[in-house]
Design a binder for this molecule. Sequence first.
Ligand SMILES: [Zn+2]
Length: 177
Amino acid sequence: MEYCEVCEEETEHYIIKQRGRQFLIQCSECGNIKTVVVDKEIDIVTLVSDGETTLKKIARFPQNQEIVKDTYLFFDEIPYLITKIETKNGPVNKAFTQDIWRLWLKKSEYVQIRFVIVMGDTLKKRYLVERFDRVFTVGESVVIDGQRYRITSIFAQGRRHRKGSFEALYVSTVYVK
Ligand SMILES: [Zn+2]
């Protein structure tokens, strides 16, 4: 997928011609043709933990891509949390791909969501494990411990929202009553 300036959205593109890192591509929707240059790629040693196991593998990244700790990378559409970034000089909170020595990732197909159940003056907390792409919407009804509740607000991406929908990956707390 590539952004098309004519369609003003991400569309499928066909490769017409390639010369080194330079590609001539055509939008499958509107037929617009343009040239794109693909960044040079570099290999990084990644240590990927998935439950109890940690796998060491080589992953390919574009050069000059900034990698930030505690954010997600997607491989085969599955999110991986960046838990540690190591350079030759030690661990850092962010770095460009060419400066990274080793990258520590945690497969995050399932995430823990905190539910706060508001019952009058009392609050009850429950932790449930949900798939990362489960979408929560304010107003939606959910079942917790066999009881039906309604979502009143969602804490996601650093603040509390009283409307909207959010993927579990970005949600820390769901308030229900
Ligand atoms: Zn287009």
